[in-house]
Write a protein that binds this ligand. Structure first.
Ligand SMILES: [Zn+2]
Length: 147
């Protein structure tokens, strides 16, 4: 079913969007961390060859510092007693005014785990339980952030 995969990167978001438009596909976020976001678009040729085009956006230091402070490592599990299945995700929520960033991190982690794992182990937003939610970079005071 899956043909060969060809990947490459482009130098700007604009270029990636142009590529996606040309191939009649859409740009999605493939991966994100506090200091970067990777965007990706994929297309399949008539012969089954898959094309994957990515753009990695570096987040400006000032914004990245804030994101780093709001990065959480969330450990969740699901399944009965001894047979529990554990998942760990590092997520960076973007809290609005009044939001609890740790709570947002848990929601984000659960959604991500469900998306990636539901078909494999049955993890879902409904059956995942939070074990721990911790700041990934606890030593950072706001003024000590170096990027
Ligand atoms: Zn699982």
């Amino acid at each position: 079913m899956n043909g060969p995969l060809r990947t490459w990167t482009v130098a700007s978001r604009k270029e990636l969007e142009a590529w996606a438009r040309y191939h009649g596909t859409t740009v999605a976020i493939a991966e994100q961390a506090w200091d970067h976001i990777t965007y990706r678009a994929e297309a399949v040729d008539r012969d089954g060859t898959r094309f994957r085009c990515t753009y990695r956006e570096q987040i400006p230091p000032r914004v990245a510092g804030k994101r780093r402070a709001h990065t959480y490592t969330v450990t969740m599990f699901h399944g009965p007693g001894g047979a529990s299945c554990y998942h760990v995700r590092e997520v960076t929520p973007e809290p609005g005014a009044g939001d609890d960033p740790a709570r947002l991190a848990e929601l984000l982690a659960a959604a991500e785990i469900q998306h990636e794992r539901r078909a494999l182990c049955g993890a879902s937003v409904e059956n995942l339980t939070v074990l721990t939610t911790e700041r990934t970079y606890p030593a950072d005071g706001p003024e000590r952030v170096r990027v």
